[in-house]
Design a protein around this ligand. Structure first.
Ligand code: TXA
Ligand code: MG
Length: 319
């Protein structure tokens, strides 16, 4: 496995690798992705293999521009246009009817493809170098914490990936917001664009989220989980005897008597908190503590997206 600085020479090398059926990890403005050319079935199959991801869990397709978009989708509803005008390039993923070119492996047999136009300069340069849309899930083992740094990719996937483009820490630190148009807009995954900002454009979103809604793709319960068991609880209510050996994660507070802890943002700023969120979980997860007590966050704006990740992490590990 090679971590390479994302300069133009290495981006060109990664583009070559993709055009030869390779799989490469690269930064986006949300988290690092594990990419292959979306129209190359064999390369896409390798993504599933490398991540240990079940084939029923479909992949997001990344496009550079409108021309690439039109090779991926067959129709663009009017409210999709409004969202594209407002939020692309950026961390919004739309579920749209797929074109015949998109392999069913990418969409897990669905007629709809999840598509987004990233804003990160390295992701965009890679799309240009590859010359076609890139299917890419987050570059972590299936179910684990998303990577916000090249080192996280290396730790999680090790030598299973040939090449990691290092673009430093990602800006948003949370995955894209996923919206379906059914035809009225449905929030499938809260993410880096607050639901409220989307509602300002297309009106009320139907919200089908949370660990209760498990059946459909994108709504698996066990997801975004550290190896360390995590529970959602206000650490201030945890007795001293239970604090020893455990760690806490909180928005702006600090707690005594624990073995470790991470404050997401001393100012309580949700944007700053989101940018540090997965990094903080990766750090706590590396300490060998027996449990993480995560403080519930306000379920609005980016707090909703972080709460979604914490609830899923908690759901899989604690009865
Ligand atoms: O910010 C992001 O979205 C990052 C970067 C790399 O772009 N990608 C990402 O991909 O988070 P992934 O695979 O970790 O999460 C995508 C989610 C999955 O839960 C998947 O089930 C859902 O989107 N999804 C993808 N295609 C879908 C489809 N056709 N129908 C329903 N859900 C879909
Ligand atoms: Mg993921």
């Amino acid at each position: 496995m090679t971590i390479l600085p994302a300069d133009s020479q290495n981006v060109a090398r990664a583009g070559d690798a993709l055009r030869c059926g390779g799989v490469v990890a690269f930064p986006t403005e949300t988290v690092y992705g594990l990419g292959a050319l979306a129209f190359d079935r064999v390369a896409v199959a390798r993504i599933f293999e490398i991540k240990g991801r079940p084939h029923f869990d479909p992949l997001i397709v990344h496009v550079l521009d409108r021309a690439m978009l039109s090779s991926v989708v067959s129709t663009m509803p009017r409210c999709a246009e409004q969202l594209v005008d407002r939020f692309w390039p950026g961390p919004l993923t739309l579920l749209l009817e797929k074109s015949a070119m998109v392999p069913e492996l990418v969409t897990a047999g669905s007629s709809r493809v999840a598509v987004r136009m990233p804003s990160h300069p390295v992701a965009r340069a890679l799309l240009a170098a590859a010359g076609g849309p890139i299917a890419a899930p987050s570059a972590n083992p299936f179910g684990g914490l998303s990577p916000t740094r090249a080192e996280h990719v290396a730790e999680g996937l090790g030598d299973r990936v040939d090449l990691i483009l290092d673009g430093g820490a990602t800006e948003h630190g949370l995955e894209s917001t996923i919206v379906a148009l059914d035809p009225s807009p449905v929030l499938l995954r809260p993410g880096a664009i607050p639901a409220e900002a989307i509602e300002a454009v297309v009106g009320q979103l139907e919200r089908e989220i949370g660990p209760g809604a498990l059946a459909a793709p994108g709504r698996l319960g066990q997801h975004y989980a550290p190896r360390t068991p995590l529970r959602l609880i206000d650490p201030s209510t945890v007795p001293a005897a239970e604090r020893r050996g455990a760690g806490w994660l909180a928005l702006r507070d600090e707690f005594d008597g624990y073995a470790a802890g991470r404050t997401l943002s001393r100012e309580g700023d949700l944007r700053a908190a989101a940018a540090f969120f997965f990094q903080a979980l990766h750090e706590l997860d590396s300490l060998g503590i027996e449990r993480i007590d995560a403080q519930p966050l306000p379920p609005t704006g980016l707090g909703l997206a972080m709460m979604d990740r914490l609830a899923r992490a908690a759901a899989s590990r604690n009865a």
